[in-house]
Design a binder for this molecule. Structure first.
Ligand SMILES: [Fe+2]
Length: 365
């Protein structure tokens, strides 16, 4: 099993977080739920009264893998898969948090198509079911920098959904007495240049989610989104001028989503997008941003956080625990990656300085 992930000091010490279920015991007398399929789609959930007792199992959350041959990112993703396959306790499935392909917003279509193909090929090698979540970079051309015509038949979410046999952009499924919902927060907008997007769940999907979670009754629940509901970017950067909900970084309808999660006793919202591992607890819900599989888009660490992922353990008593794990991958920079080299050198110097200061401060006693 790989060493656990600790972005703060870039060490390999355990960073386990655990919380107890606040629900009462799940109804006994269970109806067996159907097994999950690899690409689940939204369906009429099983009524909550027929929930099984929660089972005990592990799953993984891989997000922001941005698969590309640039910086040998495809080889990096294969290393990540190797790390997962080497785990002692085999996860039963993977939640894929979005930004699966490096980019479809401003990348030529042929490259994007190859990125999606590689994502599928490498993800298939996990040998377990995996559930895709839409990231902003998974969408073809919803940007003023698009390299395709808006009339392209694969414009928007169509190409990646077809390529991955992905029926509905948001959906839910059950696994061993636990309920999972996957959201699509890439909400289309009309801009001067044509179709764009903003981070929003939208009222229609929120209504679907509310009834989906309601129908799941007392089953413990986990929800996944690409763009975060909570992100402490300003605090991380130490910049009091950054707004609390920076455009493009945080969902525009966080408050509405939060209310739905709270009233249905959701254990955790799994987030991605910022490439900054975070955890935040508010009114009984954990908001967890996993490390990006690609770190800084395959250019090394991003704000002190290297490539990694999160393993979750679902307990039979409704407990959810997790570890953020690094895996072994050194950035393979391209010749023109001068900015990234400079950034990595600065980050390295900062880490060294932290060690120097710590040793100095300890030596005083
Ligand atoms: Fe990303």
């Amino acid at each position: 099993m790989p060493s656990p992930y600790n972005p703060a000091m870039d060490t390999h010490t355990i960073n386990r977080r655990k919380f107890l279920a606040t629900t009462t015991a799940v109804a006994a007398g269970a109806l067996a739920l159907p097994g999950v399929t690899r690409q689940a789609s939204a369906s009429t959930p099983t009524p909550g009264t027929s929930a099984t007792q929660p089972g005990s199992f592990d799953f993984i959350h891989l997000t922001d893998m941005h698969v590309t041959t640039r910086r040998k990112g495809d080889q990096g993703y294969r290393k990540c898969v190797e790390s997962v396959l080497g785990m002692k306790n085999k996860p039963e499935f993977a939640l894929m948090g979005g930004d699966l392909a490096f980019d479809g917003l401003y990348t030529p279509k042929a490259k994007y198509v190859e990125q999606v193909r590689l994502y599928k090929e490498i993800s298939d090698s996990l040998g377990m079911p995996y559930y895709n979540c839409m990231g902003n970079h998974d969408v073809l051309g919803w940007s003023g920098r698009r390299k395709v015509q808006a009339t392209d038949p694969d414009f928007g979410k169509k190409y990646i959904m077809d390529a991955l046999q992905w029926d509905r952009p948001y959906y839910s499924f059950d696994h061993n007495g636990w309920h999972f919902a996957v959201l699509d927060c890439i909400y289309p907008t009309q801009e001067d240049h044509g179709t764009g997007y903003e981070p929003r769940i939208g009222d229609e999907q929120l209504q679907w989610l509310a009834y989906d979670l309601g129908a799941a009754g007392d089953r413990p629940k986990v929800v996944m989104t690409h763009i975060a509901a909570f992100c402490n970017r300003a605090q991380i950067r130490g910049d009091p001028e950054i707004s609390g909900m920076p455009p493009g970084i945080v969902l525009r309808d966080t408050a509405k989503l939060q209310a739905v999660l709270e009233r249905h006793n959701v254990k955790a919202l799994l987030q991605g997008h910022t490439h900054r591992p975070e955890e935040y607890r508010w009114r009984g819900v954990w908001y967890i941003t996993s490390p990006a599989v690609s770190g800084a888009w395959w250019a090394g660490d991003f704000t002190g956080a290297g490539p990694g992922y999160t393993v979750f353990h679902c307990g039979a008593d409704g407990e959810l625990t997790w570890d953020m794990l690094p895996y072994d991958w050194d950035a393979q920079l391209e010749l023109d990656d001068d900015r990234e080299r400079e950034r990595n050198a600065k980050a390295h110097a900062k880490r060294e300085d932290q060690v120097r200061l710590r040793d100095l401060e300890r030596a005083v006693h």
